[in-house]
Design a protein. Structure first.
Length: 226
């Protein structure tokens, strides 16, 4: 039986889609992000995905990424954090990823994030072995919005009171190096600095038994070219 482990990693800046951070996705009651990575064309993406692949436990038969069929060479990485988890006392505890703007300031009012936004994510990686499935689960703990593409609901286009606002959202300056949140903000401990192309030094620390709710894991792509 594999020893369950956890580690902390920081993603490179990635384009995102299917982002649920303001409210959890109703289908799974979880906060979700799909990151798009291009390991063939981006050295940082390749180093990051190689590091994740090295964290797969022995005997893994599933992965949290899949090939992006319409864009050969690209991959979609699924991040998911349950909105509620059961504490040691049996009570349900609310969990929500912290969200920061491009200047690393906490955002108390999280915007609706549209496809094409660029994000940097602090991720908790947990290994699991459950019901014949072995792999890793990626929990987003903190998110930096580097470039925001505001999500516009489909029915807003026909809103007669919209006033014809063509704004694409606030102008954001480049992110601070190292993604340093403001003092006193609630962020996960032991955040690993952003991985450089030559750095695969992920630190893995063992933990006790983990929650094994691992829905929506993808079929394995161990032969991925990265």
């Amino acid at each position: 039986m594999n020893k369950q482990t956890t580690s902390k990693v920081m993603s490179p800046i990635c384009e995102a889609q299917w982002v649920f951070l303001r409210e959890p996705c109703r289908d799974y009651n979880s906060y979700e992000i799909d990151l798009i990575l291009n390991p063939r064309g981006n050295a940082e993406h390749k180093a990051f995905m190689t590091g994740l692949k090295n964290l797969l436990p022995q005997g893994s038969n599933t992965t949290p990424w899949r090939a992006r069929q319409e864009h050969p060479g690209e991959y979609i990485l699924k991040l998911r954090q349950k909105a509620q988890v059961k504490g040691k006392d049996g009570r349900l505890v609310d969990i929500k990823p912290a969200v920061y703007d491009a200047n690393a300031n906490i955002m108390p009012d999280v915007p609706l994030i549209g496809n094409g936004s660029k994000l940097c994510v602090s991720i908790e990686v947990r290994s699991y072995s459950y019901s014949g499935k072995v792999g890793i689960r990626l929990n987003p703990e903190a998110v930096q919005i580097v470039e925001l593409v505001p999500y516009v609901p489909k029915d807003s286009a026909s809103n007669p009171f919209s006033g014809g606002d063509s704004s694409t959202g606030p102008e954001l300056t480049p992110p601070n190096a190292g993604f340093q949140p403001v003092a006193g903000a609630q962020v996960p401990a032991q955040v690993v600095p952003q991985v450089q192309p030559q750095d695969h030094g992920y630190v893995v620390t063992s933990t006790g038994p983990q929650n094994n709710n691992n829905s929506n894991q993808y079929a394995p792509t161990f032969d991925a070219d990265f």
